[in-house]
Design a protein around this ligand. Structure first.
Ligand code: ADP
Length: 243
């Protein structure tokens, strides 16, 4: 469904991505693990053009996009297929939960307001926020705000959702509610690419785990392969530190 090829990105003198390849099939839940600074977030951001890669391709079915030189039109097309969930939620603080979800449908998808509201309500219901349609972000807990972020992504009915450390800004007691929603939508067959430090999510929900270090994919496999028989020394060392 999505093939990422040879992604390179340098910030100043620091080469953050050194030719990353990744292949994702429909229905996959792929978790990217790796030490802080290994390029995981940058990779996600390059796929969705929040960051411009220096080199690389993304192939969505029969659509082949150059990650460095994509046109505005191509970026728009990619964003029809790819939704993004941010670490810090990225909600509009002056809009209600419902308006945060309808915004992308009305502006990005040119949907009429009534239809957008109907879809947004369904999405908020799905993440357990049917009683919070009219709440503003500052009236919601971090976990609830991130659930609005997830509702906004699923409302777009994308082919894939990219999650950039979706629970790392949350107080520990709020992490579970967000992971449970992610697990629920994964079980419904949503294709997901998730950067996270939540090892239990990687072990229980992912069907593939990718370990990155210093801008490259060091190793990938099933959760069982990666967590019980990692082949590479760097993967072994990382898991020793985090488990
Ligand atoms: P990870 O998600 O694995 O922690 P990141 O992709 O966030 O890694 O960061 C990789 C490296 O790139 C880090 O050293 C980070 O400081 C650097 N970096 C990320 N974004 C920028 C940016 N916009 N400008 C300069 N350096 C950046």
């Amino acid at each position: 469904m999505l093939e990422i090829k040879n992604v390179h990105k340098t910030f100043g003198k620091s080469e953050v991505l050194k030719g990353v390849n990744l292949s994702i099939s429909k229905g996959d839940v792929v978790v990217i693990l790796g030490p802080s600074g290994s390029g995981k977030t940058t990779l996600l951001r390059c796929i969705n053009f929040l960051e411009r890669a220096d080199q690389g391709q993304a192939v969505f079915g029969n659509m082949n996009v150059n990650l460095k030189a994509a046109t505005k039109k191509q970026i728009h097309e990619v964003r029809q297929k790819v939704a993004f969930v941010f670490q810090n939620y990225n909600l509009f603080n002056n809009k209600t939960a419902l308006e945060n979800v309808t915004e992308g449908l009305i502006i990005g998808r040119k949907m009429i307001k009534e239809k957008a509201i109907e879809i947004a309500k369904k999405s908020l219901d799905k993440v357990g926020l049917s009683d919070k349609y009219n709440a503003y972000p500052n009236e919601l807990s971090g976990g609830q705000q991130q659930r609005v972020g997830i509702a906004r992504a699923i409302a777009l009915n994308p082919e894939i959702i990219l999650f950039d450390e979706p629970t790392s800004a949350l107080d520990p007691e709020l992490v579970g509610e967000v992971l449970n929603i992610m697990k629920k939508i994964a079980n419904e067959g949503t294709t997901m690419l998730v950067v996270t430090h939540e090892m239990s999510f990687a072990q229980d929900v992912a069907n593939r785990v990718v370990f990155m270090d210093e801008g490259t994919v060091v190793e990938e496999g099933t959760p069982k392969e990666i967590f019980t028989q990692p082949k590479e020394e760097r993967t072994q060392q990382f898991l020793k530190r985090v488990l």
